[in-house]
Design a protein around this ligand. Structure first.
Ligand SMILES: Nc1nc2c(ncn2[C@@H]2O[C@H](COP(=O)(O)OP(=O)(O)OP(=O)(O)O)[C@@H](O)[C@H]2O)c(=O)[nH]1
Ligand SMILES: [Mg+2]
Length: 455
């Protein structure tokens, strides 16, 4: 990694807009800006954080655009390096030409996330804060936004640092007892050590318990709509979305592929999946679609099994067949819905326990929404707390917990301090990875490759 390079990128999304922002960061940022900018003063003389009007010229000395430029001197900048921000007019070609001028004046094109990566490497933020930048950009609900903001402010990082400090103190104590065996750990002290380790273990477990909510905040709850052909699955997706996203028709087998859309139900992001209807089909294409339906059911957080109450009960509606489809032992994450309540009910459904709705009239839909939200709450998937870890944090914390458990077992069996120390050291490393303290190089790539260029 060559942090010494000066990098440049367009930081605003592609397309037309009022303004586009081009950023330059690195030791030569100001010198590069001086080469391409003409205004009343030289860029190198600008005070930090003050905007100046001027013009950008190409290497061929051609005027590209009138811009506003500001210098953010190290270390008081986003990246912690000298940073120049050029606000030009928001045309695709204009911003591309400004960037080209920067590159020809000596900057290199930034990789995705490289600005934030530099902020991390220069100690402006820990790794959880850098990750919060992506979450903030991608947030789709108020709570997801709050969670990302709090993570960016360092709440998760602070908790992890506390756990790490406690582990360091415990490890120091045990190492001391190894180095000075004559001062040996007394039985009383042994108990105190176990209690300290248990408390660390609990703190890690509590953070781990927020992983599901973290997934929901970042990705949404996976709700799969499935059932026989013509039941009204696509109609239900359109109803919940509030617009006609999917083609609906009275032909059986209209939907052949999975269609996914996100809705915000009472602050909970829901990934709704409409699927190919279940029926015995001759068509290879349709069978491939049905296979996808079955796969999606295995990954669902919640399944909406929908049927047409105006038609006879489909064969797959007996429970043995059902579990073949879903692979689920319990149906607590399944809501059975009888659609077309505006039409007469087939005798097959007499007294059948299910929610009755009509996608045609909207009848029963508020009840269905309430039921969806209540099932999500019951599964503990409803995000309540603003602290919610991501998959990478979960992986590190799980390893930390396992190491703590091993250390705890060694303490319990009164094994020599060396054994305990090895496990605690591993726990310490795993916890450190969450905030980016050890093995930095290895984890950086996987974190920053998810960013957009210019961030
Ligand atoms: N009367 C009535 N018709 C409905 C209702 N919901 C859907 N329909 C009709 O039922 C037919 C099938 O609806 P779709 O939403 O395409 O059904 P689907 O389950 O997606 O069907 P496939 O994609 O073929 O599996 C269409 O003609 C809809 O207009 C309803 O509540 N009442
Ligand atoms: Mg359909």
């Amino acid at each position: 990694m060559t942090v010494s390079d000066t990098i440049a990128a367009i930081s605003t999304p592609p397309g037309e807009g009022a303004i586009a922002l081009v950023r330059i960061s690195g030791a030569n940022a100001i010198q590069i800006a001086d080469k391409i900018f003409r205004g009343k003063e030289q860029v190198s003389e600008f005070a930090s954080h003050v905007q100046h009007l001027g013009e950008i010229f190409s290497a061929e000395n051609q005027l590209i655009d009138q811009v506003v430029l500001s210098v953010h001197r190290a270390p008081s900048s986003y990246t912690g390096e000298d940073l120049v921000e050029i606000s030009c007019h928001g045309g695709t070609l204009v911003s591309a030409k400004v960037l080209e001028a920067c590159l020809r004046a000596g900057a290199t094109a930034a990789r995705p996330g490289e600005f934030t990566e530099r902020a991390f490497l220069n100690g402006k933020m820990d790794l959880t804060q850098a990750e919060a930048v992506i979450d903030l950009i991608r947030a789709r609900t108020d709570l997801a936004l709050r969670s990302a903001t709090e993570q960016l402010e360092g709440r998760l990082g602070d908790q992890v640092r506390t756990i790490r400090d406690e582990l360091i103190a415990l490890l120091a104590h045990i190492n001391a007892s190894i180095d000075f065996p004559e001062e040996g750990i007394e039985p009383d002290e042994d108990k105190a050590l176990c209690a300290r380790l248990d408390s660390i273990r609990n703190e890690i477990a509590q953070l781990l318990a927020t992983a599901d909510q973290g997934r929901v905040l970042r990705e949404g709850v996976r709700v799969v709509i499935y059932g026989a052909t013509n039941a009204g699955k696509s109609s239900l997706l359109n109803r919940l979305l509030g617009y006609d996203r999917v083609i609906v028709s009275d032909m059986h087998g209209t939907t052949r592929d999975m269609i996914e859309e996100t809705v915000n139900l009472d602050g909970v992001p829901i990934r709704l999946l409409d699927t190919a209807g279940l029926r015995a089909s001759e068509s290879e294409l349709e069978r491939a679609g049905i296979e996808r339906t079955e796969k999606s059911l295995q990954l669902a957080d919640l399944r909406l099994h929908i049927a047409d109450r105006n038609a006879p009960k489909p064969a797959h509606f007996n429970s043995r067949k059902l579990s073949e489809f879903t692979g689920a032992a319990s149906d607590s994450n399944e809501i059975v819905v009888l659609n077309k309540s505006d039409l007469p009910e087939d005798n097959d459904w007499k007294d059948f326990p299910a929610l009755r709705i009509s996608c045609a009239t909207g009848d029963g839909l508020p009840q269905l929404t309430r039921e969806i939200l209540s099932r999500i709450s019951r599964q503990n998937l409803r995000p309540e707390s603003a602290i919610a870890i991501n998959t990478r944090h979960r992986d590190c914390l799980r390893r930390a917990l396992e190491s703590c458990d091993r250390a705890r077992a060694s303490l319990g069996e009164k094994l020599s301090g060396e054994y305990v120390a090895i496990d605690l050291d591993q726990a310490l490393r795993a916890v450190g990875e969450v905030i980016g303290i050890v093995d930095v190089e290895r984890i950086l790539d996987s974190v920053f490759s998810q960013f957009c260029i210019g961030k």
